[in-house]
Each structure stands twice: as C-alpha cells, then as structure tokens.
Design a protein around this ligand. Structure first.
Ligand code: ZN
Length: 323
C-alpha cells in the first residue's frame, strides 16, 4: 500500500481536510468552521479536531507519514506563523507543528503558504504532471504563486518564497498593500483588472464604447468576468484593459522564465476562467520579456486544479517532505 498524508487547507471561514495519497484525494473532503474571530489557539484546536476525524477514520495517526498545512501568510522553518494572515486575527505567532506532534504521538507536520502549496498540487496531479520544474501564478483577488524546482516546493530560507505577485513590472506604478508600487498584482489580479477598467472610465479621452457606458453607470458592479464578456464582444476599451493586464503579467512571467527556465509556467485562479484569450496574450507579452532560447523551451499553460487544490497541495507537501 502506498503512503498517505493528511492535507489541511486553512481558510478564513472553513478549514478543509482530506487524506491524500499518490493518486490524489482519497475519500471525502471534510470541512469544519475556522472560527477565525476566536483567535489563533481556537483555530489550532479546530485543525487538531479535524486531524483527529481524518486519522480516526483512516486507521489511526500511525498510518500517515504526516500532516501538511496550507495557511494564509508566512510560515517560519520552525512552524511558527510569521505574519501576513490578516484574515486570521491572533494566528501570527502560533506554533503549528508541536501541537500536532504532541496530540498524535509524534506525527510530523509541515506547512506552507496556501497559494504557494497549490503549485505542488499542479505538479503532482495537474498541469505539471510528468515534469520537474514549474512556476505557478494564481490570478485571484490578488496574485499569488509558487515555484517547484527539481520536484520540490521552493520555500526559501524563511518560508517566504513565491511572492511573485509582487514582482514590480512598472516603476512608480500603482501603489500596493505590500508597501511598493507597480507590483504585477495591481494589474493582473481580478481586482487590478477592475481598477484599470474603472480608471479608464474616468479618463476624458477614452472612447465611449458599450463597455465604458456600463462601467460608468455602475462602477461597483464591474468584475473581471464582465471585462472578459466585453472582450469577447470585441469592445475596444475592454480589450485595452485586457491587453494591459496581460502585458504586465507577461513581464512577470518573462522574469520567472529567465530566472528558473521551468518546463512550464502554469496560470490559474479566477481570472483564468476567461481561458485562451488570456493565455495567448500572456504568451505574446512574455516572449518579449525573456531570452528567446529559454522561452522556446518553456510551455505556458492553464492550471488544471479546481477548488480542492489547497488540500491536495498541502497533502502533497507532507508526502514530499516525509518520504
Ligand atoms: Zn506588492
């Protein structure tokens, strides 16, 4: 029988957990409330009770190589949350490895940023199957990402690697919550795309297209999905927003291709619901921002993992680290 691990995906409202083996999720994904407002210790207790359910149903803790946790924010090498998890008050400073070991007879635990660990899920079970080196971009409310080299998730010395949404693609550009300006997240995330559309509507010289009328009449209702509905209708303003978002993303993708020479760059997240139109534009712009010989040897593809990617990535992390 192959080895198995517990994968835990910690979110702001729910904690998801499942048994993960070499084929992916084994059985059901189980959910418990996070109770984020009750503080870090309460959240940790909820994680422990979820692990108890999963190990109890799966032959006891001894049947598992370990637990992998995907969490918002940064995790230090010693298993202490270093910060960056603003949706979980009191989670910063929580030690996540020791309580698991204490409660479950020495069961080992590992953790990584939730978005970063999704890169490992893509490598093992998704768009990166069969290769060793991938860079993933997750285009959601923000832009997250992860780097897998030689089949292993690259965490960096302090567990902070993979913040590729904060690659600066425009000097002096849009201000970002990270404290810098011009991060790719400000242009290529769903939020960035919406902000660019609303910004264009406020400019005097923007042509009065159908899309612009919609943005002007109800700026609060603009979504990246709406932008892409008008891209499909060939609206010039929507296309201008799309081209700018993909130009900026292409710059960051080009930087990662030059730096890592990966087999694949994987693009995922809600923005990629628009599919091929984004993929083709990013390819066009990325090619202008890296060495052609490296670009030719790298494929840019759409992610395959769905809503359970976080659980899978966390479990895959434990399987990888506790070989
Ligand atoms: Zn930033």
């Amino acid at each position: 029988m192959g080895k198995k691990a517990i994968g835990i995906d910690l979110g702001g409202t729910a904690i998801k957990g499942a048994v993960i083996d070499e084929n992916g999720i084994s059985g059901e994904v189980t959910r418990v409330p996070t109770e984020a407002q009750s503080g870090g210790q309460r959240v940790m207790e909820n994680i422990l009770s979820l692990i108890e359910k999963l190990t109890g149903a799966g032959g006891g803790a001894g049947a598992f190589v370990g637990v992998g946790i995907g969490t918002p924010g940064f995790v230090g090498a010693d298993g202490v949350i270093l910060g960056g998890a603003e949706n979980l008050p009191g989670w910063k400073g929580t030690q996540v490895y020791a309580p698991i070991s204490e409660r479950f007879g020495g069961l080992r635990a590992t953790a990584a940023n939730d978005v970063t660990s999704v890169a490992l899920a893509e490598l093992k079970y998704g768009a990166g199957r069969g290769v060793q080196n991938i860079v993933c971009f997750a285009l959601g409310t923000g832009v997250g990402g992860g780097i897998v080299t030689n089949g292993r998730l690259y965490k960096g010395t302090h567990g902070m690697a993979g913040e590729i949404g904060h690659i600066i693609v425009e000097t002096g550009g849009e201000p970002c919550p990270c404290g810098q300006c011009g991060c790719v997240e400000r242009y290529a995330s769903a939020t960035g795309i919406v902000n660019m559309a609303v910004g264009m509507a406020a400019q005097k010289d923007t042509p009065e297209t159908e899309f612009l009328k919609v943005v002007k009449s109800e700026p609060g209702a603009v979504t990246s999905k709406l932008v892409y509905e008008y891209v499909a209708k060939e609206d010039p303003v929507a296309i201008a927003v799309h081209e700018r978002a993909c130009d900026m993303l292409g710059r960051a993708v080009g930087i990662m291709i030059n730096t890592f020479s990966p087999d694949k760059v994987v693009l995922g997240g809600g923005v990629m619901m628009a599919g091929g139109v984004v993929l083709e534009a990013v390819k066009k712009y990325a090619a202008r921002h890296c060495w052609p010989a490296i670009y030719e040897r790298c494929e840019i593809v759409i992610a395959k993992m769905g809503e359970d990617a976080g659980v899978l990535g966390a479990g895959a992390l434990a399987l990888e680290e506790f070989d």
